[in-house]
Design a protein around this ligand. Structure first.
Ligand code: MAN
Length: 567
């Protein structure tokens, strides 16, 4: 109720008398009442407390600078009920009285700009709160001589200019977002097309594998039942052919030399018989010096024992055997050598040839060959054919088998690509998949001693300006939302929900967790890191603007994160 002698109470009455009967325009409402609460102040004789209707006071108690209603509704234009505004819904105590403030604050009409509510504590506190009350109406008692002139015209003008700029920027941002969404759609379509192509490629490759396997089987079958026909063209076969010709040549030469030797032996034998007879039959009394010299020469020759005899019989038998064709003696089986498999190497040839050397030489040669072979293989000059030779597989089979393996490995590659693309289509790329078109692109910002980098949907990094390598602040792990306290246009702090990207499992922090980053998004014309904070050791927040976070409100107006201004 009013108190006598109170200037403010008097002014309250003045206010009441000024407002007069309740009406719908600002001048017809009690001071500080917003249009949406006008209906509670219509009865000119009695005021009913808004949240406690069983409490009624005379209308003269409204704005008399004395708080009558527990919810503060009888003092919309003064700070008398300001302490009430500190209460919260939990202050509804057992006594059934509702102490929750019924009004949001003192209503500033702000003609020429936009109306707003200012908290009751700031009413008549001697400070002009132009950022909320540009008309200065919150200081209506001019306490301490403070006079707040109405600045709504200029403040409103500046605000509208700024707002126009903001709207332009939002329009551009929303346009960019649309383009991002369109690009994301195209990228998705490309992946879908690629999936179609890969499915066709897989079918073709599966068929190819099947055919190659069948081919391998038939090569194996041919190989198993193969009858060797004709001569082969491998180096061993050529060498065997040459060796055979040479051996034939030598054998023929040997036969010819033996024939000439036998002929000469026969002639020598005939001559020896003649001379022997000559010695027996000559007349030693006939003093012919020439005859005597001939007889002595014959006697010397016969004494040296160089006459032909049967002692060469054994050697002749050997020569007879060697002179026979290989097929008739136990010599080289040319048939086998000339048809040796191509897989046979010069090394194995050496082994076979070594079989014809004296025993003492064989182990020496084997050692040398082994050393040479090991050297060549370890230097990549000679292929290691052990596996093949161990399995006894022919070159044709090896080639067919390799062809199957090559095709199978290419098929596996295509299958894994298909799997990656399919799982990509199932991935969350945010609303309208807008972040698909941004994935992998990066932005950075210097802050303090570091440069911070954000790569969309990939990594966040920190790099010291002094140099050194990057420190991972996390790898993208998904979308989330965070609630951030923000100032509204009336200067009040309001919680707002924002889209955020989570980056986790970064580089381990000494004596702390693995580094992680929350990237809090705000609608903006450009991708830009506004600020980076380290909220706890190695737990970071990046505040970033991007067109991707802009939404178009259902009424078609551009809006930041879908929120509205309280206009
Ligand atoms: C580096 C940076 C800092 C972090 C410390 C923790 O200096 O990653 O952000 O706080 O390591 O040791």
């Amino acid at each position: 109720m009013k108190r006598t002698g109170s200037l403010v109470a008097l002014l309250g009455i003045t206010a009441f008398s000024t407002i007069g009967a309740a009406g719908s325009d600002a001048s017809s409402r009690p001071r500080g009442v917003g249009p949406e609460f006008a209906k509670y102040y219509k009865d000119p004789s009695t005021f009913t407390c808004i949240s406690n209707p069983y409490i009624k006071v005379p209308f003269s108690a409204v704005n008399d600078d004395y708080c009558d209603c527990p919810d503060g509704s009888d003092e919309p234009g003064t700070s008398a009920c300001a302490p009430v505004s500190h209460f919260s819904p939990s202050d509804i105590r057992d006594d059934g009285i509702n102490r929750t403030p019924a009004l949001p604050g003192f209503y500033c009409v702000n003609k020429g700009h936009k109306p707003s509510y200012i908290s009751f504590q700031r009413v008549n506190d001697g400070v002009c709160d132009y950022e909320v009350c540009c008309d200065g109406s919150d200081e209506w008692t001019k306490v301490g001589g403070v006079k707040c002139e109405n600045k709504c015209k200029e403040i409103g003008k500046a605000w509208r200019k700024n707002e126009e700029q903001r709207q332009k920027s939002l329009t551009a941002a929303v346009k960019k977002r649309k383009e991002l969404v369109a690009t994301a759609g195209r990228l998705r379509k490309e992946i879908e097309d690629r999936i179609g192509d890969l499915e066709v490629e897989i079918k073709a490759s599966e068929l190819k594998v099947e055919n190659l396997k069948a081919e391998l089987e038939s090569v194996r079958a041919r190989d198993r039942g193969k009858v060797v026909k004709g001569k082969k063209q491998g180096k061993v076969n050529v060498l065997a052919g040459l060796a055979k010709e040479r051996v034939e040549e030598l054998r023929e030469a040997l036969v010819e030399v033996r024939r000439q030797r036998d002929e000469n032996s026969a002639r020598l034998s005939e001559l020896e018989t003649t001379l022997s007879k000559f010695k027996e039959e000559y007349n030693p009394n006939f003093n012919d010096e020439g005859v005597k010299r001939a007889v002595r020469a014959w006697e010397d020759y016969a004494a040296r024992g160089e006459t032909t005899s049967g002692s060469d019989a054994a050697r002749n038998r050997d020569l007879d055997a060697i002179s026979k064709p290989d097929s008739e003696n136990s010599g080289i089986n040319w048939e086998q050598w000339e048809n040796e498999e191509d897989a046979e190497t010069e090394i194995s040839l050496v082994y076979k040839v070594a079989a014809y050397f004296p025993d003492s030489l064989i182990s020496y040669i084997e050692d040398k060959v082994l050393q040479a072979r090991t050297f060549l293989m370890s230097n990549g000059i000679l292929a290691d054919n052990d596996v093949e030779s161990a399995s006894g597989e022919s070159k044709a089979v090896t080639e067919a088998r390799n062809a199957v393996s090559a095709e199978e490995s290419s098929l596996n590659k295509i299958r894994s690509q298909l799997k990656d693309h399919k799982s990509d289509l199932d991935k969350d790329y945010g609303r309208d998949s807008v972040f698909r078109s941004m994935k992998g692109s990066c932005i950075s910002r210097d802050s303090g001693e570091y440069t911070y980098e954000l790569c969309w949907l990939e990594k966040t990094k920190q790099k010291s300006k002094k140099g050194g390598s990057h420190t991972s602040m996390g790898t993208f792990s998904g979308f989330t939302t965070v609630t951030v306290d923000e100032q509204n246009s009336s200067g009040g702090i309001v919680p707002r929900e924002k889209i955020a990207l989570e980056y986790t499992n970064g580089q381990s922090c000494w004596n702390g967790p693995s580094r992680s980053t929350k990237v809090v998004l705000e609608c903006g014309e450009n991708d830009e890191i506004l600020k980076v904070t380290e909220d706890e050791k190695c737990v970071y927040s990046m505040y970033v603007t991007t067109p991707a976070a802009c939404e178009v409100a259902s009424n078609g107006n551009n809006d930041r994160d879908g929120r509205k201004d309280e206009l």
